[in-house]
Design a protein around this ligand. Structure first.
Ligand code: MV4
Length: 445
């Protein structure tokens, strides 16, 4: 097992990883920018190293600084958390080249899934269902026109290097295709340095359902069920659930078998999330994330598994030690992502938190690095707390979430708690009747 783990992240996820390390008896090193010197993830770590000024590119994305911090503290493994360097294959390469362990997949698998065209072709070959689309990248307008005629309109032009909603353009009919193609290519080139694009049939009211998997270095792969992340706005998730109110246990088992078999064949190692669109009873693979995700706690609550612990054990070469038949699902979990933003206008609201009181009681978990007197900087992600509730049934989980949101007090900055309170009271949310467009319609009322 590792002697010391450096956590290359900040905020709630750095704290989340520290907590597991402490339970495993592994000392931790926190890294931080100058503005985060008094942050909770620094205060609670065994050691800390300042790695640069506030802009992430000079600190949390600064690979030489992070490797120096690992070297001077004698860390033998690096956990990247989510965001920042977590899906940077070059970082994973450099970490290994320095004789350290990257707590994540191989650089090759990060690279493979980072290219959506390769990811889709790979998954298709392994029997995972896809949305109808072009056969790989479209070379030019003529090729796009031919593919779109076969797929049927509307089509979506997507960037191979995109993901998470960046670099997409819809073409409702042939007349718009040339413009959509040109715009998507230009945006992709500017944003990602690659203008490879592909086409997909546009689904008009999908749900976003993702499957959590764990794969060890010995070919054992299990799935931990799905999360429904349809409740989002501008590709920022607001609330996630495990399981999906739209799926049956049989659908979960079927999808799980297909996906775990595929990843076992691939030789994937680490936790991973396989994302699908789900519409009219059909799943379509869109992307795979090779990191721990923000919304991992809902899966932990229904499966009774510590995903960070599993990541660390897998990276150390341990066997999972259990099979799919040993994975039990219990109850329903919901996560509210609370951000430092105005609950109606979504204007960012950084600043000093004067008072902080987190909810508690049965089935309530709060993952947050907030404390009374802390400062929420404006330079990073606005996520300040994740409120996770767990209960035997979905209606009980919703009642518990409502109760916990009422207890939650964050004074000094604006937060999205009031938005969450409005969402949980909405009958169509309570009925589980949502798509990826639900929230945008709800907030524009
Ligand atoms: C789609 C789609 C409809 N049809 N693909 C957006 C993020 C990226 N991961 C994939 N996305 C979508 N791909 C086809 N063929 C609709 C979306 C989409 C979406 C997907 C997941 C979660 C939220 C979303 C919000 C708007 C659009």
């Amino acid at each position: 097992m590792f002697q010391k783990i450096l956590i290359a992240n900040r905020g709630e996820i750095a704290l989340r990883i520290q907590r597991t390390c402490r339970e495993l008896g592994i000392p931790t090193v926190a890294v931080h920018s100058t503005i985060d010197a008094e942050a909770m993830h620094v205060r609670l770590a065994d050691e800390s190293v300042c790695i640069g000024p506030p802009p992430a590119r000079e600190s949390y994305l600064n690979i030489p600084s992070i490797l120096s911090a690992a070297s001077i503290t004698g860390a033998d493994a690096i956990h990247p958390g989510y965001g920042f360097l977590s899906e940077n294959a070059n970082f994973a390469d450099v970490v290994a080249a320095h004789g350290l362990t990257f707590i994540g997949p191989s650089p090759e698998h990060i690279r493979m899934m980072g290219d959506k065209i390769t990811a889709k072709a790979t998954m298709a070959r392994l029997g995972v269902p896809l949305v109808q689309g072009s056969d790989g990248a479209v070379a030019d307008f003529a090729a796009a026109r031919k593919a779109a005629d076969r797929i049927g309109y509307p089509v979506l032009v997507k960037a191979a290097a995109g993901g998470g909603g960046r670099g997409m353009k819809m073409a409702p009919s042939p007349a718009e295709l040339e413009d959509s193609l040109r715009i998507a290519r230009a945006e992709a080139r500017a944003a990602f340095g690659s203008d490879d694009v592909y086409l997909e049939k546009f689904l008009d009211r999908p749900r976003h359902i993702e499957l959590q998997i764990l794969a060890d270095a010995h070919g054992e792969v299990v799935h931990l069920g799905e999360r429904d992340c349809s409740m989002q706005r501008r590709h920022q998730k607001l609330l996630e659930e495990a399981g999906s109110p739209a799926l049956s246990a049989q659908q979960r088992d079927e999808l799980g078998s297909t996906v775990t078999a595929a990843l076992s064949t691939l030789g994937y190692r680490n936790a991973g999330t396989v994302e699908f669109l789900y519409q009219d009873g059909e799943f379509a693979f869109i992307e795979m994330n090779t990191r721990l995700q923000v919304e991992h706690p809902v899966t932990e609550m229904v499966c009774g598994v510590d995903l960070v612990r599993e990541q660390i054990r897998i990276a150390a070469g341990d066997r999972l030690g259990y099979r799919q038949s040993d994975v039990d699902f219990s109850g329903h979990a919901i996560e509210s992502r609370i951000t430092a933003e105005h609950p109606v206008s979504f204007v960012p609201s950084p600043g000093r938190v004067s008072l902080y009181h987190a909810p508690g009681g049965p089935g309530v978990r709060v993952d947050s690095a907030l404390y009374a007197g802390c400062v929420v900087p404006s330079v990073y992600d606005s996520l300040i707390a994740k409120l996770i509730v767990h209960a035997p049934t979905r209606p009980e989980a919703i009642a518990r979430l409502r109760r916990a949101l009422d207890e939650f007090a964050v004074i000094g900055i604006e937060t999205t708690i009031p938005l969450h309170q409005r969402v949980v009271d909405e009958p169509s949310f309570q009925a589980g009747d949502t798509t990826v467009h639900w929230l945008e319609r709800f907030v524009s009322d």
